[in-house]
Write a protein that binds this ligand. Structure first.
Ligand code: ZN
Ligand code: ZN
Length: 267
């Protein structure tokens, strides 16, 4: 199996340490056909984009870079889930212009309503070091993430189960119903096996990304490929995979624009 894209990469517009051009140059060196710049949504505490208009700036840069490099450059957002109702912090008008829409649970967001920052996010932060508190948040986290999957046109959810624990079977059920994929994130240490098992068991799709914050990590996806092999996941179930022996069709790269259920703009 080959992975032709890395659709989860951060730049200095959020908490990454690279310019968009450095990311695209790194993707070129890796031989990727596509890379998506997906900076954190604006309600991330000290790690988000300054406002959602930044994604429009990035679209302009991506169009220029796509001309200069042999890589299709996409722009997306790694939106934060900011309420137990599954709201995310990227407005619909911007979502319609994005190529990729990710949502993820992060224990450093300003919620709306604000008090959920105290009643939901703060216990998850404490739960990083206190196991019983972490477990007590599982139900609330699952409710929020499932609602985000059901209520937003997501391409995939980032690193399910990382830090903020969820019921992966319930999340996978929701993903299987909407076509949203579950990410195998190679940039963080967490139990990726259970994500793959839940997706396979419930029929959800998977996607492998680096979550790179540095140019040298762009396209570093080997851990994900090993997991896909270990569980014999068919390439059709992986959004950014194709058979290793499949020849690219001239002038056509199967990519995120071909995914069902997404309002995808031109790239
Ligand atoms: Zn994340
Ligand atoms: Zn990320």
């Amino acid at each position: 199996m080959q992975l032709f894209a890395d659709w989860h990469v951060h730049t200095g517009y959020s908490d990454g340490h690279a310019t968009p051009e450095e990311i695209v140059a790194a993707a070129t060196r890796r031989g990727l056909a596509e890379v998506a710049i997906t900076d954190h949504g604006p309600r991330g505490m000290f790690i988000g984009v300054r406002d959602a208009g930044v994604y429009r700036e990035l679209k302009e840069q991506a169009a220029r870079l796509s001309e200069l490099y042999p890589v299709r450059v996409l722009v997306g957002a790694e939106a934060n889930v900011i309420s137990l109702r599954g709201d995310i912090d990227v407005p619909a008008a911007i979502i319609n212009e994005l190529d990729v829409l990710i949502a993820g649970l992060h224990p450093q967001v300003w919620c709306r309503p604000w008090w959920e920052t105290l009643t939901w996010i703060l216990p998850n932060r404490i739960g990083k070091t206190v196991g019983w508190i972490r477990e007590r948040m599982r139900e609330a986290n699952t409710t929020a993430l499932v609602a985000a999957v059901l209520n937003n046109p997501l391409t995939f959810i980032s690193h399910p189960g990382l830090v903020m624990v969820v019921d992966l079977d319930e999340v996978a059920d929701a993903c299987a119903g909407t076509g949203c994929a579950m990410e195998i994130n190679t940039g963080h240490h967490y139990d990726r096996d259970e994500v793959v098992r839940a997706a396979l068991c419930r029929g959800a799709r998977l996607v492998v990304n680096s979550d790179s914050h540095f140019p040298e990590m762009v396209g570093e996806l080997d851990i994900g490929i090993q997991l896909l092999d270990k569980y014999r996941v068919p390439p059709e179930q992986v959004l950014n995979a194709r058979q290793a022996d499949r020849k690219a069709v001239p002038g056509y790269l199967p990519g995120v624009a071909d995914l069902p259920g997404r309002p995808v703009s031109s790239v």
